[in-house]
Design a protein around this ligand. Sequence first.
Ligand SMILES: NC(=O)c1ccc[n+]([C@@H]2O[C@H](COP(=O)([O-])OP(=O)(O)OC[C@H]3O[C@@H](n4cnc5c(N)ncnc54)[C@H](O)[C@@H]3O)[C@@H](O)[C@H]2O)c1
Length: 358
Amino acid sequence: MVDFTGIERVRELVNRAGTAAFIEALAGEIEADYRRWSEFDKSPRHAVHSPVGVIELMPISDGRLYSFKYVNGHPKNTAQGLLTVTAFGVLADVDTGYPVLLSELTLTTALRTAAMSALAARWMARRNSRAMALIGNGAQSEFQSIAFHHMLGIRELRLYDVDPAATDKLERNLAALALPQLRVVRCASVTEAVRGADIVTTVTADKRNAIILTPQMIEPGMHLNAVGGDCPGKTELHGDILRRADARVVVEFEPQSRLEGEVQQMPAHFPVIEFADVLAGRAAGRDHDGEVTIFDSVGFALEDFSALRYLHELHRAERGTRATVDLVPDLDNPKDLFALLGGRPARATSTAHLRVSA
Ligand SMILES: NC(=O)c1ccc[n+]([C@@H]2O[C@H](COP(=O)([O-])OP(=O)(O)OC[C@H]3O[C@@H](n4cnc5c(N)ncnc54)[C@H](O)[C@@H]3O)[C@@H](O)[C@H]2O)c1
């Protein structure tokens, strides 16, 4: 049987820790994996594009465990009452090739993206950062808000979205969290939200080269957490922001980011720093307080590997309540696969789609 963490189970595991604590712990797992960067067999994700969206497969392995995520990005979906991003994934044992965990990754993607954003900002943003502009107030936005409040000490969040209903929802959800140290300010434009901010997070969804941030909006010392531009032909920053003499661009995995990130707008020799080099001390995340730092986030398979590994650990820590799925046959004679179709059920064949093992 293969362990299974569906939406209910992930919700339970996150709520048990508390969302902020869960994101911080996950950031620790991601950091630990980025610190052993050279152990991973890495490749850019495989993307299948359509005029309205993308479906991607994100594989990675450290030689002991293998994982992949299936994820889509369809900005038009919300108009039909569907999510822009949905995902699920598998963790497998390299030694046998057997899957060990099947998991939902929609909620988990939002958690790991926020964890990764805040982790990068810890190394890149100015130490005394207190105000963050949050442009794009959709599905990812609460997770980003919580991560930056909890992990970076952000005390003022300045919100803007072209859809006022999205900002209403974010305001409502943040108010329900009753965070006494967090001031939430609703802004009438991107310019108003960004003015005076220490950190600017862009997490908008639009399948085109959008210009959410223009060069005039950028102030010395700002840290930009550019999350929404994550596909060929889908960006958020004006190219001149990247070209600033005082700009420093950090990416997750250079070969993938050159295709999908904000740096797709730049020539192949445009300098970027991989986040693993920052962690290893081979490059600085920031040199001085006046620098404009840009985390050109696209989402890399390693972050999902860390999330799946962490979920599996938490899931297995509790005996007696573990859900599994009969995804792989458990046969008395592995050469007799045909027995599965016969009268005598193989050991793990179950009529139920989902089991809770004692
Ligand atoms: N980098 C990563 O690791 C990563 C991970 C997850 C999602 N993403 C990307 O983040 C983006 C947001 O994802 P989501 O799940 O929150 O999507 P969503 O559709 O729920 O929310 C996006 C929001 O952006 C707003 N928006 C669109 N254009 C805008 C503009 N010009 N100005 C201000 N707001 C604008 C929309 O109104 C919407 O509320 C997507 O593009 C997604 O692909 C990146």
